[in-house]
Write a protein that binds this ligand. Sequence first.
Ligand code: NDP
Ligand code: GDR
Length: 371
Amino acid sequence: MKKALITGITGQDGSYLAELLLEKGYEVHGIKRRASLFNTERVDHIYQDPHEKDPRFFLHYGDLTDSSNLTRIVKDVQPDEVYNLGAQSHVAVSFEAPEYTADVDAMGTLRLLEAIRFLGLEKTTRFYQASTSELYGLVQEVPQKETTPFHPRSPYAVAKMYAYWITVNYRESYGMYACNGILFNHESPRRGETFVTRKITRGIANVAQGLEECLYMGNLDALRDWGHAKDYVRMQWMMLQQEQPDDFVIATGKQISVREFIRMSAQYTGIDLEFSGDGVDEIATVVAVKGDSASGVSVGDVIVRVDPRYFRPAEVETLLGDPSKAKEKLGWEPEITVEDMCAEMVAADLTKAKQHALLKEHGFDVSVAKE
Ligand code: NDP
Ligand code: GDR
């Protein structure tokens, strides 16, 4: 039985990857951080009580800032494959916590690679690094592919650039099977609530159910190549099953704007929107309401406004990936379109919003967390 170790197992990708590897018969180990509340919601459905017979899913307390802890876990687990998905992964937050972001995202990757090398596992343990389209930042070429030069535009992206190169360096220096997946944005109903797609689907669902009045957004013109996390974790596994390690761009090859994603999410909720204004003072007004999911809004309501507090000190305006190498060398292609993904996210967030609305209607105190 193969053993995998996943950092970031409690995150969006970690949870889908753990499911996939369990399905494939792996023994799966994950590193979770100590938190004052339970933080395992995304993996609770696959959690196995350690008292069960022959468990295949294990969680270990740890942190990418703690090398002795990482070394001990790698030593205990002796993994065949390590997936380094753990990170302070929010670009806007990285401007507020640049040093911490560098410690986790850059140095954390080095600590993990060193743990593998220090234990003499560099020829046996395969390593996947969660690299990112944010490396391209101020884009030099459209679409972006493996050979496109990097120009990172945030402390997050700069930290991830170190992680990208140290992964390449350990491959070249020590013959490690180490790969970078340069993944473009990927989303799902499990996406963190403060990333733009989830903020939109959750916000629109809450507004539709009368739980919030208005959604405040940043740059509506930003263009992203959005895929589904399920498709992308499949590729993370495929990358570690090749004869030779290599780096791959994972993307859909299509892009849409944040504004279009809002329009689409509203439509799936039964709301037609009209945008007016420009950039900093833009608003979206309800022009039609269909079906019964949007009983909390009326024609004429303004339900989206731009608030410059969500603008970033340096923005990545446009990203569009070229996944040809992944298709040619690995036979990988995304299966879920951005439209289907958006519909799935809206449906999941509407279900939650309806539950909250029902509780509110029956006199329970319901507060909705906001950023
Ligand atoms: P999430 O933010 O959903 O998950 C991040 C995970 O990292 C969580 O499990 C989090 O734990 C954990 N983590 C954060 N800080 C630490 C730390 N100091 N030590 C150990 N673990 C830590 O990210 P995604 O699942 O979306 O992304 C996975 C990886 O892929 C990340 O590295 C991200 O930067 C990268 N990436 C993501 C893309 C995307 O579009 N989703 C695209 C390209 C790259 P906790 O749950 O406790 O917060
Ligand atoms: P990104 O994702 O920065 O691309 O990083 P995010 O969803 O945060 O932003 C995408 C674009 O939307 C614009 N935007 C807003 N973003 C947020 N979060 N909130 C808003 O209100 C808002 N309004 C507009 C942003 O300015 C940006 O242009 C994600 C993360 O998952 C990274 O870890 C990963 O590496 C990259 O994707 C690829």
